[in-house]
Design a protein around this ligand. Structure first.
Ligand code: CTP
Ligand code: MG
Length: 228
C-alpha cells in the first residue's frame, strides 16, 4: 500500500486579504505552500505529493520548480475546496491504486511536520474508513441554536485538522456521491455520510489553519520551533 499527499492550494485567501493567494505569503521568508509541501517531502512514508492550484496561478512555478523531486503540480483547481479535491482525485486515477491511501492536506496548514504525518499513518494507516488529525476541544462550548444559551459538554468533542487520509477509491466515491458536496467542509464528513467512522488521531496546535492576518505570527512562532 502506498501513501500519497494531495494538497488543495487553489483558494484565493479572501479572509487573509493580502492581494494575492495566502498560500504564497512568506512565513519566516519562505512561501507558506513550500513549508506545507516540505512536511511531506521530508516524510519517508509519502510516495509522492500532488498540489492542486488554479489553472491561472502565476506563482507556483517559483515556489515549486518543475525539477523539484517528489512533487507534481496539477492545474485543476475549482470554485470550492471540494471541487479542487475532486478534480485532483480524478487526475490521480492512473497513478494511484484503489487501496492506496490519499492524505488530503490544506496548503494553509504549514505547521505540519513529518512526525505528525508519521503519527497519522501509524495509528490509522490501514483503517478501512481512514483517519484524520484532530484536537480535543479544550474550551467550554456554548450553543445558541435553540434560541437561549446552553452548554454542550466538551467531552468527546474534537476540532478536525488535516491531513485526512482515506483509501483512494473510498474518498473518490464519498466526494462524488455526496448529496451537496459544496456544503461539506471537510473530506471526513463525506465519508461519514456513507455510514463510516474515520479514526481520530490527536494532532497538534502547531498544525493550525492560517486563515486571518492574526494567524501569521502564530504560524511563524511554531515554524521557528523544533519539529513536534
Ligand atoms: N482551496 C482550494 N480551492 C478552492 C478553495 C480553497 O484548493 N476553490 C484550498 C485553499 O487553498 C486552502 C484550503 O483549501 O489550502 C483551505 O481553504 P481556506 O483556508 O478556506 O482557504 P481560502 O479558500 O483560500 O481562504 P478564504 O476562504 O478566506 O478565501
Ligand atoms: Mg475558503
Amino acid at each position: 500500500m502506498n501513501y500519497f499527499a494531495l494538497i488543495p492550494a487553489a483558494g484565493v485567501g479572501a479572509r487573509m486579504a493580502v492581494g494575492y493567494p495566502k498560500q504564497y505569503l512568506p512565513l519566516l521568508g519562505r512561501p507558506m505552500l513550500r513549508h506545507t509541501v516540505e512536511a511531506f517531502l521530508r516524510s519517508p512514508l509519502i510516495a509522492h505529493t500532488y498540489v492542486v492550484v488554479s489553472p491561472e496561478d502565476g506563482y507556483v512555478a517559483d515556489v515549486l520548480p518543475p525539477d523539484l523531486a517528489g512533487v507534481t503540480v496539477l492545474r485543476c483547481g475549482g470554485a470550492t475546496r471540494m471541487e479542487s479535491i475532486r478534480n485532483g482525485l480524478r487526475l490521480l486515477a492512473p497513478m494511484v491504486g484503489a487501496d492506496d491511501r490519499v492524505l488530503v492536506h490544506d496548503a494553509a496548514r504549514p505547521g505540519l511536520t513529518p512526525a505528525l504525518v508519521g503519527k497519522l499513518v501509524a495509528e490509522a494507516g490501514t483503517e478501512p474508513a481512514g483517519g484524520l488529525l484532530a484536537l480535543p476541544v479544550v474550551d467550554t462550548v456554548k450553543s445558541t441554536r435553540g434560541g437561549g444559551v446552553t452548554t454542550t459538554p466538551r467531552d468527546g468533542l474534537w476540532l478536525a485538522q488535516t491531513p485526512q487520509m482515506f483509501p483512494y477509491a473510498l474518498l473518490r466515491r464519498a466526494l462524488e456521491e455526496a448529496p451537496d458536496p459544496d456544503a461539506i467542509t471537510d473530506d471526513a464528513s463525506a465519508v461519514e455520510l456513507l455510514g463510516l467512522s474515520p479514526r481520530l488521531v490527536e494532532g497538534h496546535p502547531r498544525n493550525l489553519k492560517v486563515t486571518l492576518p492574526a494567524d501569521i505570527r502564530i504560524a511563524e512562532m511554531y515554524l521557528s520551533m523544533e519539529s513536534t
